[in-house]
Write a protein that binds this ligand. Structure first.
Ligand code: CA
Length: 233
């Protein structure tokens, strides 16, 4: 799990510092924001692996951020752990109701918090690997992991294992934008050191093999790539 990116939205500097310190020590990458609007913008840009969200914030509150994250296809999959004031049962109920995955109550022990974060990330990784075994049909493109087979308009296309994983990952979530980092770790694996830009070479090759439907894989400037949503129909 080290290297995974945690985004913290928290307006109290002391708590923010404790959270950041403990997560960095565990090997996570950490980015932070102290207000809701700043948090929303940064989350859309950075596409973190998990969001740690204080519920009581100035401006937009934590619940609104949660709703916003869940309402947009680029961010709706990102796990959210809420940080709530002690004894506010209603906050917990509301937060889980708008799509948070788990919560910790203040005051929390750093150890407990790190354990919660890791548990939520593990669950999310398990969901991802389950998805990778599923057969997918998106418009003209059919992907069958069991037989390692891709067809376009019924014609068989030969993809390398990396290209196959890349296409399967993108096509599993039409409309969701994957960063190059995320694609590298899912399609190529963490063991191999890859320069980010190599993923561009693989994407170009997949597009060529999907012809005449190569445009189904879109470039999202400054962020990464996504599989076109309308192809799902
Ligand atoms: Ca607060």
């Amino acid at each position: 799990m080290p290297g995974e990116k945690i985004f913290i939205v928290e307006d109290e500097p002391d708590i923010l510092e404790v959270l950041t310190f403990n997560l960095l020590r565990e090997g996570f990458e950490v980015s932070t924001a102290m207000t809701g609007p700043e948090g929303i913008r940064a989350i859309e840009r950075e596409l973190p692996d998990l969001i740690l969200l204080d519920l009581l914030l100035p401006g937009v509150d934590g619940l609104d951020i949660c709703r916003h994250v869940r309402a947009h296809s680029q961010t709706q999959h990102i796990p959210i752990v809420m940080v709530t004031a002690k004894g506010e049962e209603s906050d917990v109920v509301l937060g889980l109701g708008v799509g948070a995955d788990d919560y910790v109550q203040k005051p929390f022990s750093p150890k407990e918090l790190v354990a919660r974060v890791k548990a939520v990330l593990r669950r999310s990784a398990a969901r991802n690997s389950e998805e990778l075994s599923q057969r997918i049909i998106r418009g003209p493109v059919a992907i069958d992991p069991d037989r390692h087979r891709v067809t376009v308009d019924g014609d068989r296309r030969e993809l390398t294992p990396t290209e196959f994983r890349l296409l399967h990952c993108l096509a599993s979530h039409p409309g969701r934008v994957f960063s190059r980092d995320q694609l590298v770790s899912r399609a190529i694996g963490d063991q191999v050191v890859v320069i980010d830009r190599n993923i561009d070479v693989h994407v170009r090759s997949v597009r060529r093999k999907l012809q005449p439907h190569g445009a189904l894989i879109e470039t999202v400037r400054g962020v990464g790539y996504c599989f076109r949503e309308e192809a799902t129909a």
